[in-house]
Write a protein that binds this ligand. Sequence first.
Ligand code: MN
Length: 363
Amino acid sequence: MARRSAEPDCSGRCSTGLRRSDRFLLGLQPARRVVFVSHVHPDPDSLGSMLGLAHLVQARLNKPTVLTRDGPIARAENRAMVEVLQLDLTPVDAVQWQDNDAVVMVDSQPNTGRHSLPYTNRLYAVIDHHDTPGDLTGVPFSDIRTRYGATCTLITRYLIEQQVAIPERVATALLYGIETEMAGYPREAGPADDEALLYLYPLADKDRIAQIRNARLPQSHFGCLLQALQSSFIYDRLIISWVDELPHPEHAAEIVDFMIRFEKVDWAVCGGVCGQKFVLSVRAAIENARAGELLQQVVGELGRAGGHDRRAGGCIPLTSTTPSAIDELQARLRRRFLKALKIDEVRGQRLIPLRSMLQNLQS
Ligand SMILES: [Mn+2]
């Protein structure tokens, strides 16, 4: 198993003897309020990280905090997390900015195209674990640990370092945040992630976790899934599924999470139109897949992409959503995926043969 090795400087003590969590808190002293931001359509790792850091700031500095969301939260489990844990999230474009607000970005980096925060000049800190490097110029504090499976792991370490007691609600959010980042096989996790999970488990509300994990699905999920199954083509170890219209961008992620379990493939790609954008999601079932880099290469100048070793997402702004324009884009992306994965451009094979689809229609 090529597990992630431990960070060489785990304690993060620098020459001043301060740990990273000390420096993080020290720099927040002049702030009147701390506003937490993350990437678009925040996921459990973002939500857990914001909640965990807000708890640290309240406990250690006794300052008011604001948790935000950038765009809607669509995935059923993520919506359930917000409801079950009663997370109070302010839409990022509705924040009443005040002088002396310090902004802390978690699970994302500035200028990666993954957030719509207009005030990156107010950024005090960036805390993240993504491979997708952003522009950290002028940001006083940053802690980027790409070896960690989750940003929540890093936040849990801050709380342990600062000896701050973790209440049940915060522990539940952090645990679920780490757990979702480690879904799939092979896991993208290391000893630090497992340590954090062990620490949080006795503190978390397992019934609430079960409630979130088994969130009820909207009707649109099944329509997208059917379209994806009917459109899926297999090319060697790759399966590509197109959905005409994605009511929520996160349906693409739900579909690849499902398709990657197909025993004959190592790569699953799903794409579909969501408003004026073409949304892409990728999963890999092999180690050192570098899915984030692969998707960046495939999307190239057409849009933006990023992610991790085995999971990636991207989006392409559309100038036209006519069927022929979408067909053309799909064909282009398919060619690029095949090229990037060094798969001969042969005729793909349908996952579900047309014959059986027609039989179903007739009966
Ligand atoms: Mn994350």
